[in-house]
Design a protein around this ligand. Structure first.
Ligand code: C2O
Ligand code: CU
Ligand code: CU
Length: 536
């Protein structure tokens, strides 16, 4: 770096601190983003091999779940990963790139010392292909998947789903993207001159606790199992506070919350203000129309596909992907006779750690996750998309099904008062018509990201939303921009009712199907906040 560049950077830093003091009300935020905390560690971006390498499978692919020594980018510690070899290249947690219509054939080989199974999250397929925990295979075993890709283009993902072990295995590293492309995606990427891994960046955000020697520590206490295991170090593509060198052009980020429990309130911040984002897609591909916003909530399991325009920036300037302060709404305290100490608490109350572990990073704290450093001036002449491939309106009407989320007295989280039982299916739906699920979260509760396998939701309405969600409503039904389009995971805040329409009518898979409906707070899922859904 040249002397003048260094001076320029430190000036920018000072300007940022000054701006923070100038009454923007975000001092902690900018403190969290001082460049000194960001070294020159590069963001791991998907390449042609290695960790998160891009892999477009031809023929049957074997994914071996196993320990990967030295693989964790942040510390060089071991992690768990899906190993694959394809056309002479070796991968860990490959980002699978599929085309709609293609046959996907994969074999999971279990190289762990405990059961596992892969779930293709958001990817359509009959239930035997979807990683139901009853299909978990033991150490040394294998499971063959084979099904046609029928999803529209979108950012899906894959992770383990063995019962009671999903959180730990995902946390230890087993997770990656499953990207589907089609002709609409081709046209979009061409119009905007986007290239996967270069200007179209899959970005998985995960929080971890690390031991003093940098190893991943998954040792939830009883409280952690109840509330979710929060880490104190937030990683982007496995790296802590990385930098992506950028040019003055448009970027696409496929954001995935791959954390077990932590919810993020994400914004891209430059010099004290939030940059506008164009949300173009979420869990199930493109939205019906692009949505301009300056921040979004991303709960475990959810994806957001955003465009960020860096054309107005100059070389030397920095943009930070930040978690913005919010109320994590851990309102379960009263019910449990607890004080709500520390865990995920709002910024003002989160100074102390919990469970005697490392200093906790509250969910509602301000902190930076990733730095974009503008280095290169380029000419970019494409215009932002005004429209997106059209999708049908959410279906009107349908059979109503009330769903309640609550804490059992002195027990765990329940759905309709029940916890998971492998052998029973408390929700039975007919392969006929539409159901409207009214998912109500108790007041004395915490946020639950509710996920359904096999089908997508269309969010119809949010009622009783807390101010931080209500203020982001884009219509009179209280929906946020991130609710539009197809969703497979919806965050339900305490006291809120989210109504979703699910079309069980379109014939999809022959025969009876057994899918799952569960909280994607993976500690909650493992503790039984999950029900079988039988489709008959
Ligand atoms: Cu992403 Cu059933 O999970
Ligand atoms: Cu899923
Ligand atoms: Cu939950």
């Amino acid at each position: 770096m040249t002397q003048s560049r260094r001076d320029f950077l430190s000036l920018t830093a000072k300007a940022a601190v000054l701006a923070a003091g100038a009454g923007l009300g975000l001092p902690a935020l900018l403190h969290a983003a001082t460049p000194s905390e960001f070294g020159s560690t590069p963001l791991p971006v998907p390449g042609a091999s290695g960790l998160f390498g891009l892999l477009a499978p031809e023929g049957r692919l074997t994914l071996t779940a196993a320990e990967a020594p030295g693989a964790l980018p942040a510390t060089g510690a071991p992690m768990l990963a899906y190993r694959a070899s394809h056309k002479g290249a070796d991968y860990l947690n490959p980002i699978l790139v599929l085309r709609k219509g293609q046959d996907f054939e994969a074999t999971l080989a279990n190289g762990l010392n405990e059961p596992t199974i892969i779930h293709w999250h958001g990817v359509d397929g009959p239930w035997r292909q979807a990683g139901h925990p009853s299909y978990a295979i033991g150490p040394g075993g294998s499971y063959k998947y084979g099904f046609p890709i029928t999803n529209r283009a979108g950012t899906y993902w894959y992770h383990p789903h063995p019962h009671a072990l999903t959180a730990k295995q995902s946390y230890m590293g087993l997770a990656s993207f499953f990207i589907v492309r089609d002709s609409e995606e081709d046209a979009f990427a061409k119009d905007l001159d986007l290239r996967l891994g270069v200007t179209d960046i899959p970005l998985v955000i995960q929080d971890k606790r690390l031991t003093h020697d940098g190893r991943l520590d998954y040792s939830p206490s009883k409280d952690d199992l109840l509330m979710g295991y929060l880490g104190d170090t937030v990683l982007a593509n496995g790296q802590h506070k990385p930098t992506l060198k950028a040019a003055t052009r448009l970027y696409r980020f496929r954001l995935l919350n791959g954390s077990t429990a932590r919810i993020y309130n994400l914004s891209f911040v430059q010099g004290g203000s939030r940059l506008p984002l164009l949300l173009v897609g979420n869990d199930g591909g493109f939205l019906p129309a692009p949505q301009r916003l300056d921040g979004l909530f991303l709960a475990p399991g959810e994806r957001a596909d955003v465009l960020l325009d860096l054309r107005d920036l100059s070389p030397g300037q920095e943009v930070f992907l930040q978690n913005m302060p919010f109320d994590p709404m851990h309102n379960e305290g009263g019910m449990m006779g607890m004080t709500g100490m520390g865990h995920g608490a709002a910024p003002a109350a989160s100074a102390e750690g919990h469970g005697g572990s490392h200093g906790a990073l509250g969910e509602g704290d301000a902190y930076a996750i990733l730095r974009l450093l503008v280095e290169q001036q380029v000419a970019y002449d494409r215009s932002l998309p005004k429209s997106l491939p059209s999708i049908p309106e959410p279906p009107a009407g349908g059979t109503e099904r009330p769903i309640t989320l609550a804490l059992q007295h002195m027990g765990g989280w329940t759905i309709n008062g029940l916890t998971f039982d492998m052998g029973s299916a408390p929700i039975v739906v007919k392969k006929r018509g539409v159901e409207v699920w009214r998912i109500s979260n108790a007041k004395e509760s915490m946020p639950h990201p509710m996920h359904l396998h096999g089908y997508f939701y269309r969010v119809l309405e949010r009622k009783g939303s807390p101010a931080q969600a209500k203020s982001r409503a884009v219509d009179t039904q209280g929906r946020m921009a991130t609710d539009l389009g197809y969703k497979d995971t919806v965050l339900v805040w305490p006291g809120e009712t989210v109504s979703v329409a699910i079309d069980f009518g379109t014939p999809r898979y022959p025969g009876e199907q057994l899918f799952l409906f569960h909280c994607h707070n993976l500690e909650h899922e493992d503790q039984g906040m999950m029900l079988n859904v039988k489709v008959v």
